[in-house]
Write a protein that binds this ligand. Structure first.
Ligand SMILES: [Zn+2]
Length: 247
C-alpha cells in the first residue's frame, strides 16, 4: 500500500525500543508494501536482504508487541469473529511457515478492544486523559458535528478530485477503493484510513501557515514581536500566500 505519512510514531518507550531497531523498521516497511497481503519470513528476508535468522528473531519481537499478525490470527478472526486470546503463546516454528501481516488498528476497529497495546496508525496520537476530559467540557457536541459536516464534504471532494484527475502523478495518490483492500484482520482499509488522516492533518498544516493564523497567534500574545516580524519577512520574501480552499 501507499504510505501517506513518513516515519513511525512512538506513543511509548516500548514503541521506541521496537522501532529503534533498523531491522524492525525494514520488516515493517516491506509488510506495509505488501498490504493487504502478507509475507512469509523467507519473503521478508529476500525483500529486506536481512539474514533469515534475524528475520525470525525480529518477527518474534514484532509479534509479541502486536505489530504483526500471522495467518492463524487472520483465520481465527474470519471464522469466529474474535482473535485468539493468547496470541503470544503461538509456537514459534508455526509462525516461521506462516505469512505475516502488518496491523495497526485503533479505537473503533481494534478487535482487541484496547486490551492489547497495538501500535498507533500513522498520524494518530495519544493524549493525557485529563486533557481530553477538559476538551469535552468546552467543546459542544453540536459545534463538533458542524465542523464534521464541513470536513466530510472536504474529504469527499478531495477523494473524488484525486480519483478523477487526468494526471497520473495525482491519481496514483488515490487510495484503493476495492473491498478486497480492507485489512484481513480489522476490516478497515488501512490505505484509505491513512489517506484521510494525512489529508486532514495537512489541512491543519496549511491553517498554521496562513496569514490569518499568524495574526491569531499575534493577537493572543502567542507570538513575540520578533518572531512575528521574522515570519512576515519570510512570507514576503518567499511570496508565500496561504492556500485558499474552494468552499
Ligand atoms: Zn487492520
Amino acid at each position: 500500500m501507499k504510505s501517506y505519512i513518513d516515519g513511525w510514531y512512538c506513543a511509548s518507550p516500548l514503541d521506541l525500543s521496537v522501532l529503534n531497531k533498523q531491522s524492525n523498521a525494514q520488516i515493517l516497511s516491506v509488510l506495509l508494501e505488501a498490504y493487504p497481503s502478507g509475507l512469509t519470513a523467507h519473503e521478508i528476508a529476500e525483500k529486506t536482504g536481512l539474514p533469515l535468522k534475524t528475520v525470525y528473531s525480529q518477527v518474534g519481537e514484532l509479534y509479541r508487541e502486536y505489530y504483526v499478525l500471522d495467518d492463524k490470527d487472520i483465520k481465527k478472526v474470519n471464522t469466529r469473529g474474535r482473535p485468539r486470546s493468547h496470541v503470544t503463546q503461538r509456537d514459534e516454528s508455526q509462525r516461521h511457515r506462516s505469512a505475516l501481516y502488518i496491523e495497526n488498528a485503533n479505537s473503533l476497529f481494534d478487535i482487541y478492544e484496547g486490551k492489547k497495546s497495538t501500535p498507533l496508525p500513522p498520524g494518530n496520537v495519544s493524549y493525557p486523559d485529563e486533557f481530553t476530559n477538559a476538551w469535552h467540557n468546552v467543546v459542544a457536541k453540536k459545534e463538533e458535528e458542524e465542523i464534521g459536516v464541513v470536513l466530510l464534504d472536504f474529504l469527499e471532494k478531495t477523494l473524488r478530485r484525486m480519483a478523477e484527475s487526468t494526471d497520473d502523478k495525482i491519481r496514483n495518490w488515490s487510495p484503493q477503493t476495492e473491498l478486497a483492500f480492507c485489512c484481513p484482520h480489522c476490516g478497515l482499509n488501512h490505505e484509505a484510513r491513512d489517506f484521510i488522516r494525512a489529508t486532514l492533518i495537512h489541512l491543519i498544516d496549511h491553517l498554521e501557515r496562513s496569514n490569518k493564523f499568524i495574526e491569531f497567534l499575534k493577537e493572543n500574545d502567542f507570538l513575540s514581536q520578533d518572531a512575528y516580524d521574522r515570519v512576515l519577512a519570510k512570507k514576503q520574501s518567499k511570496n508565500v500566500t496561504p492556500q485558499v480552499l474552494e468552499p
